[in-house]
Ligand binder design. Structure first.
Ligand code: ZL4
Ligand code: CA
Ligand code: ZN
Length: 393
């Protein structure tokens, strides 16, 4: 009835858990799990679920989380209770165990369930890719790239991406991790720092002093010791405020193109953090839905098995726009998507701007001044190409 049909010759699986969306980090915290509800409802109103296999994901078990995270961290995460009165001020928390309970990673009701559900979706996605039951598997509730083995960080408690990649490594010799969230994918980079079976590549706003997490300089390419297998297997693309679709696509295509040529990945894990869009509450870039989606399109055309993860994204209606468009790209049904949001879509007024009709592509927000000179873009590409001369698979 919507005209969206299953793509010929390949399969897309979609992994969600509606229970996850009910959790709250706190009234004014920027991370709103409700953005997942909004995204899913927009995807549904376009009829996309008819063209893919939809799964309610299960919660990951302790043993599964334990394939990356430390026992004592997981034990603590499973037992800590929220404060009776949530404390929002940093100074009120002088010593945080495992960095839990501050304003970035607060303790909230059902925290452990929330984390294990996010990880469960990404693990289910990875298993579908391993079993060859999916060519593209989607886990918009995952993508929590900052979590460390024994530490919560930047709104992330469990690193579902690391868990999913560990699963992929059971069936695929080499995995390429790509991260288009506006923040550096430090947790994933660190987890695979010493292996040549995973190459990580993050595009991010980089400012060691004023922007979280401050890591991911151009020169950070893994271990400096040439005898360490992980040497040259971390690629970082540090950017400044206001980067445009055109510049981003130029960088993405030249960097990822060269990586694929030299590293020859057998599967791709793509973190699609939507905080790199213009108008994001925490972000600094000028990407449009079109430019963000172009990265997904580029990866899809490589024809490798792929997982799409969510991640950041703090202006919920823009998150829903981007992840709906990217679901359409996975289903190869872009031309069937009416840019005007369907009349029956719930929360349709959320997407309305002034007197205009609510659209999928047109995002809100003042454009930022572009502080990325073209000369710097070319320096970045040249540096990456030099690093990759050391990589031959
Ligand atoms: C907030 O309004 O830069 C948390 C966090 C809570 C509610 C009210 C508390 C007010 C912005 C951010 C005090 C907030 C102080 N509330 C936050 C160094 C910081 C210490 C914490 O997209 N303060 C830390 C993390 C980043 C820092 C970004 C991105 C995740 C991802 C993947 C994580 N942390 C300075 C900030 C607010 C808040 C308002 C906030 N925190 C913005 N940036 C950060 O990559 C999912
Ligand atoms: Ca990134
Ligand atoms: Zn982010």
């Amino acid at each position: 009835q919507y005209g969206i049909v299953r793509p010929k010759g390949y399969n897309v699986t979609f992994h969600t858990n509606p229970e996850m969306e009910k959790h709250h980090f706190g009234q004014t915290h920027p991370m709103k799990p409700w953005r997942l509800t909004l995204s899913k409802s927009l995807i549904m109103s376009y009829g996309m679920p008819f063209a893919m296999d939809n799964y309610i994901s299960r919660a990951a078990t302790f043993e599964e989380l334990n394939t990356f995270h430390a026992d004592d961290y997981l034990d603590y995460l499973g037992t800590v209770l929220p404060e009776p009165v949530p404390r929002d001020v940093e100074s009120a928390n002088p010593d945080l165990r495992f960095n839990l309970g501050g304003s970035d990673c607060p303790l909230f009701e059902g925290l452990y369930d929330y984390c294990s559900m996010s990880a469960g979706g990404s693990l289910d996605a990875a298993r579908k890719i391993c079993n060859r039951e999916a060519d593209i598997a989607i886990s918009w509730g995952g993508g929590l790239h900052h979590a460390k083995k024994s530490e919560a960080s930047g709104f992330c408690y469990i690193n579902d991406i690391v868990l999913a990649i560990l699963q992929l490594l059971r069936c695929y010799p080499r995995v390429l991790y790509i991260d288009i969230d506006v923040h550096h994918g430090d947790g994933v980079e660190e987890a695979f720092f010493s292996t040549d079976r995973v190459m990580t590549c993050s595009f991010h706003k980089h400012d060691p002093i004023n922007f979280f997490p401050g890591t991911g300089a151009l020169e950070d390419n893994g271990p400096k010791n040439e005898f360490n297998a992980g040497a040259h297997h971390a690629i970082n693309v540090p950017l400044n405020d206001g980067i445009t679709d055109e510049q981003y696509a130029y960088l993405f295509d030249s960097v990822i193109g060269k990586i694929v040529e030299t590293f020859r990945p057998s599967a791709i894990a793509l973190q699609c953090g939507a905080d790199s869009l213009a108008g994001d509450r925490l972000g600094r870039f000028n990407l449009q839905v079109q430019g963000h989606g172009q990265c997904v399109e580029y990866c899809k055309k490589l024809g490798l098995p792929m997982i799409l993860f969510g991640g950041g994204g703090y202006t919920p209606r823009n998150v829903a726009r981007a992840w709906s468009w990217e679901t359409a790209i996975a289903l190869q049904c872009q031309e069937k998507i009416d840019p005007i949001i369907p009349a029956h879509a719930p929360w349709r007024d959320h997407f309305r701007q002034e007197e205009l009709l609510p659209t999928l592509e047109q995002i809100v927000g003042e454009p930022r001044q572009n502080k990325n000179p073209q000369k710097r873009m070319n320096e970045i590409i040249q540096h990456v190409h030099e690093q990759l001369r050391f990589v031959q698979h």
